[in-house]
Design a protein around this ligand. Sequence first.
Ligand SMILES: [Zn+2]
Length: 887
Amino acid sequence: MASASRDAPPAPVRRLDYRPPAFLVDAIDLRFDLDPERTRVTASFTFRRNPATGADALAPLVLDGEQQHDVGIALDGVPLPAARYRLTERTLVVLDPPERGELTVSSTIHPAANVALEGLYVSSGVFCTQCEAEGFRRITYFPDRPDVLAVYTVTLVADRERYPVLLSNGNRVGTGDAGNGRHFVRWHDPFPKPSYLFALVAGNLAALADSFTTASGRRVALEIWSTPANLDRCDHAMRSLKRAMRWDEERFGREYDLDTFMIFCADDFNMGAMENKGLNIFNSRLVLARPDTATDDDYLAIEGVVGHEYFHNWSGNRVTCRDWFQLSLKEGLTVFRDQEFSSDMNSRAVERIAAVTFLRSAQFAEDAGPMAHPVRPDEYIEINNFYTTTVYEKGAEVIRMQHALLGPERFRDGIDLYFARHDGEAVTCDDFVQALQDASGVDLGQFRRWYSQAGTPIVRARGAYDAARRTYTLDLEQETPPTPGQPHKEPFHIPLAIGLLDAAGTDLPLTLEGERGRGPTTRVLSLTERRASFVFTGIGARPVPSLNRGFSAPVRMETDCTDADLAFLAANDSDPVNRWEAAQRIYCTSVFTAMQAAAAGAPLPDDPAIGALIAGIVADERADPALRALAITPPDFAYLAGLAATIDVDAMVAAREHVVRTVARAARDPLLRCYESLRVQEPYAPTPAQVGARLLANRCLRYLCSLDDPAAIALATAQFDSADNMTDAIAALVAVNHTTSPAREALFARFESRWRDEPLVLDKWFALQATAMRADTLPRVRSLLGHPRFNARNPNRIRSLVASFALANWPAFHVSDGEGYAFVAEQTIALDRVNPQVAAVLAGAFNQWRRHAEPRRSLQQRALERIGETPGLSPDVAEIVARNLAG
Ligand SMILES: [Zn+2]
C-alpha cells in the first residue's frame, strides 16, 4: 500500500478556489472481480469537456485515485501510451485529451488490508464500501468530487458459495453464471449521482423483506440485509423505515423513486450510517434491536437515523452538494428533517430538549475552541474532520430558524421550489436560501451570515416595566465572541420567540407599540441590530419574561431574571423547553455557587432551593414523566465547562457531585416514591409512555444510589435481577457505576458473562467502565484493552472504551497527574496507523485545552505536542493538532 504521501501533508483546500470540473462524466460502467486479497476493478466511462469552463478549455483530464496497483488505461478502446498520461500518488492525468471519449481504467485493490474502512473493505467476511467523502478514489480512478454526476451500471462478480448476495445501487437488471464457481449480478441506477453515493455489498447475508406502496401507488421492495444470525433484530428498523417513507410523503411531499430500497448493517463502520442511493449502509448498532439487547435510547436512535438516511434520498441524493464546503446543505437540512420526524413520532418537547442539550454541550464547545468554523466552512485540510456538530446540529438550527421566520406554509413552499428547481443538480447553501427567499418573499439577506460567521452569539436581555404607561420594554443586545480567523462579527438576524407571563402564570397577549388589537401569546422577534428595544403595551402588572422559547435561536441567553423568576418559570411556563431551561439554570447556579466555595477551599454549601425544586418536580404527578426526568437531570460537565470563564476540573467535579448528593438527600422520599410508582409492568415496548416512565424511574434510582446507600444499591440489584429489557438492566449498572459497593463488581461480572458473545451489548459494558467516576478507572481501561472481546480495529469497540474515556469521563481523563492525557495521546498515535478518521476523534478530546486552569493546560499542551511530533501522522490527526497548537 502506498504510504509515502503521509509524510507530506496536503495543502488546505479553500472554498473560494472552487472551479467547475473541466470534464463531465455522463455514464460509468463498473466491473468488480471480487476477492478479499486482490479485487480487480474495471471502470469505463464517457467523458466530455464541460462547456461551463471557458477559461480551462485546454485543461487536462484529471482523475483522483489512491492506493491502486497494476493500472491499465485505454482511450476509446486503445491502450494509452505512457507519454499520454501521468500517474502520481493521488492522480491520473490524461494529457491532451480529446473533447469527448471513453476511458477505461483497470486497477487492483486490496480490500482485506483496508483497515482505514474508507473505500472497499471487508467487515466480518462481507465486502462493503464507504465512499463519502473521498473514498471512491480508493476504488478506481475518477473525478471524485460531488459535482460530477453520472449514471452507474455495476457488475459484481464473486465466488457463489462465499458471496451469494451481491448488492449495489439502483435496480437489479441481470444475474448469471460467471464460470469457475463464480456468479455475477448487474445493477443499474437510472438517477445520475456523485461518486460518494456509490456502494456495494457482497457476502453470505439474509434479508428481512417487506414492501411499501407509495402515495402514487408504486410498490417498493424493502430489504434489510444482515448476517443470518441477526435477522431477528431488524424489525424495529423496518418499521421505522416504513414510517419514515410515509412521513416524508405527508410532511414534505417526497416519494421514493427506485423499485427497491435496501439497508445493510456492517459490524465495522467509521460513522453512524450512509445514504448511498438505494443501498444505505449502517453501523450495526443503528439497526439491530431486540428488547433484551437494546435500550430505549437505541430504539429512538435507530428510528431517527433510519429516517435521516432515508430522507437524504431527496435532501442530498436527488439534490446534492456542489463541493464539500456545502456539506450542511444536505446535513443541516436532513438533521432538521429527522428531528421533525422524531418529534412527530414521539414527544416534540422531549425531542427538542434532547437536541438542545446536545447542541449546547457539544456544538457550543466546538464554537469556543480551535476547531470553530462556520456552518459553511471556508477551508479544510482533511474533509473528514468537518463532519461536525456545527455542520450537522447547528446547520439544523439554521434551517429551523428559517422555518420560524417563514412559518410552516411558506417554508414548505420554499422547500418545494428548492427541490423542483435543483433536482439532479449539485448546488450550494446559497442556492437553498435563495429558493426559500424566492418562494416566500421574506428577505433572508442578513440571515445568510449564519452560514458564514462562526461562533455562538450571546444575547443579553433586560426588561423594564412601566406601571403608569402599562408597558413592558425588552432591551436586547447581541454580541458574538471572536473565533479563529474571524476577529470581528457582524450582527446576526436572530429570530427570538418570547412570551410574557402574568402573576398567575398565564401567557399575556403580546402587542407591540403601534400595533392594534391583541397580539399572539408567543411571538418571534427579529433581532437584526446589535441593540434593539421592543415595547409591549397593555401590560397590567410586572410580567415574567420567557425568552428564546423552544430554543428558537442557537444563542446563549443572559437575562436579568431573578431566582424567584426562574422558579416561577420552572413551575408555570407554557413552553416546555423553557420550563426545563429554568430548572437547568437553577441547577447551574447551585453548582457554580458550590464551585466558588470549592475553588476557595471553603466547605461546600447545601442549597435548599435546588433540593426543593427537584422534590417538587418529582412529586408533580400531573406532569409528563419524560419531561420531569429531563428537568431533574443535572447539567453535564461539558455544558458547565462552557459557562465557566476558566475550567477548574477539581472544583467543577466536586461541586456537581455535591449538588447531586444534596438533591438526593433533600428529595429522598419523593424520589423513592416516584421510583416505586413508575415501574412498568406491561411487556416491553419502546412507546413514549413506557420510555418516559422508565426514564424518570431510572433517573430517580441514579439519585438514590449517589449516596452509596446500601438500601438504594439493593434496589438497583433487584432491578437488574428482574429486568426483562436492556434499558432497565443498563440503568441498574449506571446507578451503581460510580459507587465503591461490592455489588457493583458482582453486577458487572454477571453482565459480562451473560453478554460476552454479543459485541454491541458488550460495548455498553466497556463504555460504562470507561465513564466510571472512580479512582481506578484508568488502570481498568488499560486492562480492558487486553480483554479477549476487545478489538482495536473495530470503531465501535474504540468508541465504547477509549473515546468514552477521553470524551465523556471528565474526572478520569483530566486526572491531575496528566496520566489520562498521556493515555489518550498514546492511543491516538497507535490508532492513527490503523484508522486516521477515528484517531482524529480521539485527538479532539484536547480541543478545550486552552480554557483549562494550570496544571491541566500545560499537561494537555504537552500531550498534543507529543502527538504532533509523531512521524508519519495522517492529515486527519495532523490538522486537529495543528489547529490546537496554532497562535
Ligand atoms: Zn446525513
